[in-house]
Every structure is written in structure tokens, then in C-alpha cells.
Design a binder for this molecule. Structure first.
Ligand code: M6R
Length: 365
């Protein structure tokens, strides 16, 4: 049932404040502000030397944010592969003690094969999964549930942001276990996470602004998405969302890679989506943005008030999100990117919930 929404995708985008709050509740005791492993399971990070993360598609981008989280907040080095590579790469696992998989469906063939490979190598297996009765959940030692509820739209939206909030809480939990996050800092970080539902609502309120931008996007054949640091995985996720449902060719790049190739594509017709909250990467991203502007690129900037004030006037449009702590930006900035893809596809009249050639769950390799 789509309720009063036109598509399941739109309904699922709007469910995010609620399902993010449910998911967070599994990983954080909201009365004490302490993180926990859901369902009374144990996952001891104190002796984990290295984590191998693996997933497909949007799950892979969530895992990429996860890697940034684990490295920043828990100081645990991470490896990351798309599952179709991990399963065949026969990588020497060395000091990897934990394999962590991310999957909405829990049935993705390559992710499952990677899980079985890691198990065969004697690793402990944890999975962030949305479907609790799935094969991946069953075969994991530790199940880290996202409580996004059923996701019908082929383009993943609410499952992605729920994966991010789970990984953020998990990284904090790991940081505490390793003594790199103090109990006070844990409370501060979980208080920040508790702001996500409110911030997600504020992001949803940008729908009309984003819809207006989608009109120009819908006239394009190509688009570039740029971001740095926590926003780099989002650039790739934003591009994936757009290409999946609007069939516009979109590429996501680390902003610093611009000069190493993609800048050749910039002319005065090229839309360039720049994701740049005013965080530690901001100044660097701005200099990349100026390189785009100097070549006439049509910049759509997603930032906050501080970022907008210092970004100059090179943009075709600026979307201003609320201020928020750094750990939250991937979660909240995902929402306008989902809406941009959604409204562009609606303008173009494609089948938003069932895009051509795609299946919700990829159970063959
Ligand atoms: O069910 P999974 O999370 O394992 O699925 C992985 C990918 O197939 C999935 O994320 C796909 O990329 C989506 N269509 C993205 O919107």
C-alpha cells in the first residue's frame, strides 16, 4: 500500500524519520545513551585487529561510509570490497578477525558467497541485514538488524540510511570497547544520533526545492556527483540512485579525483552535484568546485548555511540543509539525493519502482 504517495519509493523516503528512530533504538539504549549489540548478542571489538567489509550496490556504499566510521571513531583498519570481487580475490586475510556484510535482502548471491568464503577462512561473521529471516542472517554469527521494514522500491532508500545509522552506532560501540571513545564522548555521539529523525524531517521539507531542480536534471543525459570524506560514498550513492531510475548516465567521484580525468567532461551543459557540508573537507571540495565553475559546469550544491555563506556564487543552485555534527551528514544528506533521483525519474516518466533490467534482490551472480 502506497498510502497517499505516488510510488513506493516516495513512501519509503518519507518513512525514514520513523524507521531510523526504530533502528537506532536497537543499537542504543535511549534512556542511558549507551550503545549495545542488539538482541543480547555479543560482539567484542576490543581484540579485533582488522575488519573486512563487503557488500553490493547501495550496501557497498553504506559499507564505505562504515569504513570511514570504524576508522575515525574506533581506529580499526578496514578492508572493503564489492562482494563479487571479494569472493574470488583470494585475498590473504592476514590480521582480519571479523568479516562484516551489509545487505538489505540478505539474499544477494555474491554477498552470500563472500560470507561463506570468509566463514571457510575461519572469520567471525557479522551482518547488517534488513530481512531477518534471510539466508545471510541465518548464516551469520552476529545479526545486526536494520529495522527499515519491507522495502518495495527497487532503488534502496530507507534501507541505506538505516544501514548507515547502524554502522555509526556500531563504530561508536567499537570505539568504546577499545578505549578510544570515553563514556562522555559516547553520550555526546549517541545524543547526536538521536537528532537524526528530526534532521531527516527537515531534509524531507526540502522536497519542493529539490523537485524544482529535477526539472533541469530531467533534460540532461549525463551528470557528475562529487564529494570528499564522508560525502564521497554519498556522491556514488547519489549517482547510482539517479542512473537506476532515470537512466541518466551519472558518475560519482571523490572530488579530489576531478583533475585526474572527469574534469575533461565539464562544459556549460554538464550538471555537477557537489555534496559539501561545512566539515573538515569543505575547503578542499570548494576548490574542486571552483575548477568546475571555471569551465562553466552547472553546479548544484548541497551544503549547510555556513557552507553556503562561504561558497561564493558559482552555483546554478544551492540546497541548504540544517547544521549537524559530522557523523550525521551521510545519513541526512542521502535524503535530498534520493529525492533528486526520484523527481527526475518522475519528470521523465520512467517506472520508478520497477526500473528496467533491475531486480530487487539479485540472487544469481
Ligand atoms: O539486498 P542487498 O542490499 O544485498 O542488495 C544489494 C544491491 O543489489 C542493491 O543495493 C542495489 O544496488 C539497489 N538497487 C540500489 O538501489
Amino acid at each position: 500500500d502506497k498510502g497517499n504517495h505516488r510510488h513506493f519509493m516516495q513512501k519509503e523516503i518519507y518513512e525514514q524519520p520513523e524507521v531510523l528512530s526504530h533502528t537506532l533504538g536497537a543499537f542504543v539504549d535511549m534512556t542511558t545513551g549507551r550503545t549495545r549489540i542488539p538482541g543480547g548478542q555479543t560482539l567484542d571489538f576490543s581484540s579485533v585487529r582488522r575488519i573486512a567489509l563487503s557488500a553490493c550496490g547501495t550496501g557497498y556504499y553504506a559499507a564505505l561510509v562504515g569504513r570511514y566510521y570504524f576508522e575515525r571513531y574506533a581506529r580499526i583498519p578496514c578492508d572493503l570490497d564489492v562482494a563479487s570481487e571479494f569472493r574470488y580475490r583470494e585475498s590473504p586475510l592476514g590480521d582480519v578477525d571479523l568479516a562484516l556484510f551489509v545487505s538489505q535482502s540478505g539474499e544477494t548471491a555474491d554477498t552470500l558467497a563472500s560470507l561463506r568464503y570468509a566463514k571457510g577462512e575461519g572469520l567471525r561473521i557479522a551482518s547488517v541485514v534488513n530481512v531477518q529471516e534471510s539466508t545471510i542472517a541465518r548464516e551469520s554469527d552476529v545479526v545486526l538488524p536494520t529495522l527499515a521494514g519491507p522495502e518495495i522500491g527497487v532503488a534502496s532508500t530507507k534501507a541505506f540510511t538505516c544501514q548507515l545509522i547502524s554502522l555509526a552506532a556500531l563504530a561508536i560501540h567499537a570505539g568504546v570497547a577499545r578505549g578510544v571513545i570515553s563514556p562522555e564522548r559516547e553520550l555526546e555521539l549517541t545524543r547526536s544520533l538521536a537528532e537524526v529523525p528530526r534532521l531527516a524531517n527537515e531534509a524531507l521539507a526540502l522536497e519542493d526545492t529539490v523537485e524544482a531542480l529535477s526539472r533541469e536534471m530531467a533534460t540532461k543525459r549525463h551528470a557528475l556527483f562529487l564529494g570528499r570524506g564522508f560525502s564521497f560514498p554519498l556522491a556514488m550513492e547519489g549517482a547510482l540512485k539517479l542512473k537506476e531510475i532515470s537512466y541518466i548516465h551519472a558518475e560519482g567521484y571523490a572530488a579530489g579525483e576531478l583533475k585526474h580525468g572527469p574534469i575533461a567532461l565539464i562544459d556549460d551543459t554538464m550538471p555537477v552535484v557537489v555534496i559539501a557540508p561545512h566539515d573538515r573537507s569543505f575547503e578542499k571540495t570548494m576548490s574542486n568546485m571552483q575548477e568546475v565553475a571555471a569551465r562553466g559546469g552547472r553546479i548544484i550544491l548541497f551544503t549547510d548555511a555556513k557552507g553556503a555563506a562561504s561558497a561564493g556564487s558559482d552555483m546554478a543552485s544551492t540546497v541548504i540543509l540544517p547544521d549537524m555534527p559530522e557523523i550525521l551528514t551521510p545519513i541526512v544528506y542521502a535524503i535530498p539525493l534520493q529525492m533528486l533521483a526520484y523527481h527526475t525519474a518522475v519528470q521523465m516518466g520512467t517506472d520508478v519502482d520497477q526500473p528496467r533490467n533491475l531486480a530487487k534482490s539479485v540472487t544469481v551472480e
